[in-house]
Ligand binder design. Structure first.
Ligand code: SF4
Ligand code: SF4
Length: 508
């Protein structure tokens, strides 16, 4: 793109670049005009020990303990982890395994709290003077408050907020795209809490030392664009650009967004920071503001509860641990016959087989769609006709039909060679496939199997090393024993007749 055109589009706050592929989807934003409401408090909150990417946490409380909202109840284990905090005051009544929202239907250890309704809370010291504080100190605060990326990735936030001499962050991009149909969480946050989001952006920028900051919003949210622009000016941050992007799925996906805004591609296997970019969701920026400015740990989030089967859809602020069944009942949906419940958006979300799972840090949407509507979207799989539509729309330029063949035939190494792990699971390929092949399901299956194979290989390698170490230890012990025996033999052996010859004397 000629520099003149690029500068002009920047001045006008328009997207200067694009990304490959993508699809136009029916947006169905039923809740766009509905203000955020507080969800009622469930009689029981179920808090899983892993709501982030990384190691599971270890409980710090016991059955019978009284806890306050915001109190740390589980400790992060390892570097890539985020602690868990109580989302209401009350009593710990159980610590046991419970199902979570995961395609495998797996369970995890969970802390069960019966709220007492008093809403007693525990916060850290508020930091009005954050601008004078060291970025490392702010980073530790964000780690302690259990923040994770609220756009759906749930990667611990503190890890990305670092000043690294080797990879300096030049540009911070705040992601307000929300391109999944139905979801309106970020849209409402921008309309109702623009000042907090902008303040969070200022903190993030201070922490990483970025000279440039961009807020990206799709052109189907003109009210949010206007509100964010006003908030930026009100905060005296006129150098922050609010950029309008065309509505195209998956515009909000991190690598696609970076490419669309900066024109730079994040190389395969690399992170945005390797090209000097940091991307954060608008909800995460608001959580950063609350953690730093008010000392408030992450205990709740805004969730879009929508879909044609929900009698009263809305955008709800929900304490973590609230069972999905309770949330849906509160919106008038109790009879779940012939209803599909989706955790997340319809493109990247997962169908829930069990709705007693809790709302967690990753829950940005809960959708209820009538069975006939889903059936029309998911008619039975037909053979691939090699039309190539899936490749045309793939934003990472993969060949989805070939990849799916390899996954289907359990040729996982071949699938890996065809860059299976570059797939962002956006679902564009499945969406356009005329043979309604559930391509993404094959990719998730392939990734899951490969992860399992890698775990088994790592386990086998660990066992081999352990066994070798044991053999070496036994050998060392054997040698040490032999040496000891030899020393003992020498010590207790009968004294040798003295060799007078040695002294040169002769016997008389
Ligand atoms: S879009 Fe579907 S039918 Fe066409 S090549 Fe891809 S997998 Fe095959
Ligand atoms: S192969 Fe992966 S990244 Fe490409 S369109 Fe399909 S789901 Fe999206």
């Amino acid at each position: 793109m000629p520099a003149l055109l690029k500068n002009l589009s920047r001045k006008l706050g328009m997207m200067p670049f694009g990304f490959h592929g993508g699809v136009e989807v029916d947006q169905r934003k039923l809740t766009a005009s509905m203000a955020i409401e507080d969800c009622a408090l469930s009689p029981v909150l179920i808090l899983p020990m892993k709501q982030h990417i990384g190691e599971a946490c270890t409980p710090l409380v016991h059955v019978g303990d009284y806890v306050k909202r915001g109190q740390k109840i589980a400790r992060a284990e390892g570097y890539v982890a985020a602690p868990v905090h109580a989302s209401a005051s009350g009593k710990v009544v159980k610590i046991e395994e419970h199902r979570i929202a995961h395609p495998s239907g797996m369970g995890l250890p969970c802390i069960f709290i019966e709220p007492d309704g008093d809403d007693a809370s525990e916060t850290l010291e508020p930091w009005e003077d954050w601008a004078e504080r060291d970025p490392g100190e702010l980073r530790e605060r964000i780690r302690m408050c259990g923040l994770v990326g609220l756009g759906g990735a749930v990667f611990p936030t503190f890890i990305k907020l670092v000043r690294d001499q080797r990879h300096a962050v030049e540009t911070v991009i705040l992601n307000g795209i929300e391109c999944e149909p139905y979801l309106t969480t970020d849209h409402r946050l921008m309309l109702e809490h623009a000042d907090e989001i902008v303040a969070g952006l200022a903190i993030i920028r201070h922490m990483v030392g970025a000279r440039e900051a961009v807020i990206a919003i799709e052109d189907n949210k003109p009210d949010a664009v206007e509100t964010m622009r006003r908030a930026v000016v009100a905060a005296g941050l006129e150098d922050v650009r609010v950029t309008v992007m065309p509505t195209r799925y998956p515009q909000g996906s991190e690598k696609q967004l970076i490419q669309a805004i900066t024109g730079r591609e994040v190389p395969a296997g690399k992170l945005p920071v390797h090209i000097g970019v940091l991307c954060q969701n608008v909800g995460t920026a608001q959580a950063v503001f609350h953690a730093v400015r008010h000392g408030r740990p992450l205990t709740e989030r805004v969730v879009t509860v929508s879909g044609e089967a929900v009698p009263r859809p809305g955008n709800l602020r929900i304490p973590f641990g609230t069972p999905v069944r309770f949330v849906l009942a509160g919106r008038g949906l109790e009879d779940l016959n012939d209803i599909h419940i989706i955790h997340g958006g319809p493109m990247m979300g997962e169908r829930l087989r069990n709705i007693d799972v809790p709302v967690v840090k990753a829950t940005n949407g809960l959708l209820a769609v009538p069975e006939p509507q889903m059936s029309s979207m998911q008619s039975s799989e037909q053979p691939c006709i090699r039309c190539g539509h899936c490749s045309e729309v793939c934003p990472v330029m993969l060949v989805p039909n070939l990849l799916a063949d390899h996954c289907r035939n359990d040729e996982f190494t071949r699938a890996e060679q065809y860059q299976l792990f570059d797939c962002i699971e956006c679902g564009c390929c499945s969406y356009v496939c005329p043979s309604t092949i559930p391509l993404v399901h094959y990719f998730r299956y392939g990734k899951g199997q490969l992860a399992q194979i890698r775990r088994s290989e790592a386990f086998a390698e660990e066992s081999r090393l352990r066994s070798e170490a044991r053999e070496q230890r036994l050998e060392r012990e054997k040698q040490a024993k032999a040496a000891r025996r030899s020393r003992v033999r020498k010590t207790h052996a009968p004294a040798e007749p003295s060799d007078n010859n040695a002294t040169g004397k002769e016997e008389s």
